[in-house]
Ligand binder design. Structure first.
Ligand code: AHG
Ligand code: MN
Ligand code: MN
Length: 345
């Protein structure tokens, strides 16, 4: 066998997440490495969740806790475990001063007021799929704090708006486990390699196709949707497009980003703001979407332009290939003017 240089071997084995983060950081001469550490902490917690998810059927980790979370939704054991794992990783990591989680009502302080960052997280997304061995995920969003370092973080650190995210991403626990993230210069995906215990760069600079043939929506609520959503769905059926809906946002988003498609969780009669949470589901995926060349909207405005009001606020969510989102907005017609604005001239 020919002797291979270290560089050739590295190309063969691939780029590990650690190496990639290090390379990205080196591109910024004044970077201090804190964001890199934080991303590594999230990746490490993801490895632990991955282990728990993989053995869930064996060690009585599936099933409900028997009580609800702050959203009034049934909490699964893995929801609770994932929350604990992520909070612990971020607390011990030292870069984060405060966290917002889907599973907790208010701010979680890490006892580290010197941390420069705050994180909003959905530790386990797609809970209804835990017990049935279907893909689930983690979604995270990172901001640089606006309150002074050394003081206690406050609500203002989390209410900066989606465009202020410095990084966002998700971990998909699917047929393989994958970490997908962006720091604002493209989206890269890393597949977890079990035997090495490493995430390896598998999809460099991902782009979402301009158009697609997949639409993802909960058809069971058809009668609950606004007219324009219903007529769009009818058009999709007529055109013979492919309907795919896992019920795990991360999985649906990932597939549509790779293949081209659109995901919709619109307003319903019962839930006029939809179901999905702005801070730790829609903002981070919208940040990734824009980096992928996709579009994310609530039907009125770009998701990233929504002004946040509270930690667990919900928003209608439409995200995917630009041409498909464009068709939906066309179906809707001209934007509704904001309440109180004059339309008489
Ligand atoms: P979570 O498990 O974090 O509460 O979120 C589940 C979300 C999302 O992943 C999925 O697309 C959607 O809920 C499914 O909701 P429906 O069952 O109402 O379609
Ligand atoms: Mn979720
Ligand atoms: Mn969740």
């Amino acid at each position: 066998m020919n002797k291979k240089s270290v560089q050739e071997l590295a190309v063969l084995i691939g780029t590990t997440l650690d190496r990639f983060i290090h390379q990205e950081q080196s591109a910024f001469p004044y970077a201090t490495g804190e964001l890199s550490h934080l991303l590594r902490d999230i990746a490490l917690a993801g490895k632990i969740i991955n282990r728990e998810v993989n053995r869930a059927g064996l060690v009585d980790l599936s099933g409900a806790m028997g009580h609800a979370n702050v959203q009034g939704e049934s909490q699964q054991k893995l929801d609770v475990i994932a929350n604990i794992r992520f909070l612990r990783a971020l607390q011990r990591g030292g870069e984060v001063c405060a966290i917002i989680s889907e599973e907790d009502e208010g701010i979680i302080y890490t006892n580290n007021d010197n941390g420069k960052y705050v994180v909003a997280i959905d530790p386990l997304d797609g809970s209804s799929n835990i017990d049935v061995n279907v893909s689930i995920g983690t979604i995270f969003s990172i901001y640089r704090r606006v309150t002074p370092i050394g003081t206690q973080a406050s609500m203002s650190d989390f209410m900066q708006g989606g465009r202020k995210q410095v990084a966002a991403g998700y971990i998909l626990y699917g047929s393989s486990t994958m970490l997908v993230y962006s720091t604002g210069s493209g989206v890269n995906a890393f597949t977890y390699e079990y035997s090495l215990g490493e995430y390896i760069l598998s999809h460099r600079n991902l782009r979402c196709p301009e158009d697609g043939s997949i639409y993802s929506i909960n058809d069971g609520y058809f009668d609950e949707y606004d007219d324009y959503i219903r007529s769009y769905v009818l058009k999709c059926r007529k055109k013979g497009l492919t309907a795919r809906y896992i019920g795990s946002l991360v999985g649906d988003f990932h597939r549509n980003s790779l293949k081209g498609g659109v995901y919709l969780y619109p307003a319903t009669k019962k839930s006029p703001s939809g179901k999905l949470r702005l801070l730790y589901e829609c903002y981070p995926l919208a940040f990734l979407a824009e980096q992928l060349g996709a579009v994310a909207t609530d039907g009125q405005q770009a998701i990233l332009d929504i002004v946040p009001q509270h930690y667990h606020q919900r928003t209608p969510f439409i995200v995917g290939s630009p041409a498909m989102v464009g068709d939906i907005l066309e179906e809707k017609g001209p934007l509704t003017p904001p309440p109180g604005s004059c339309t008489d001239f």
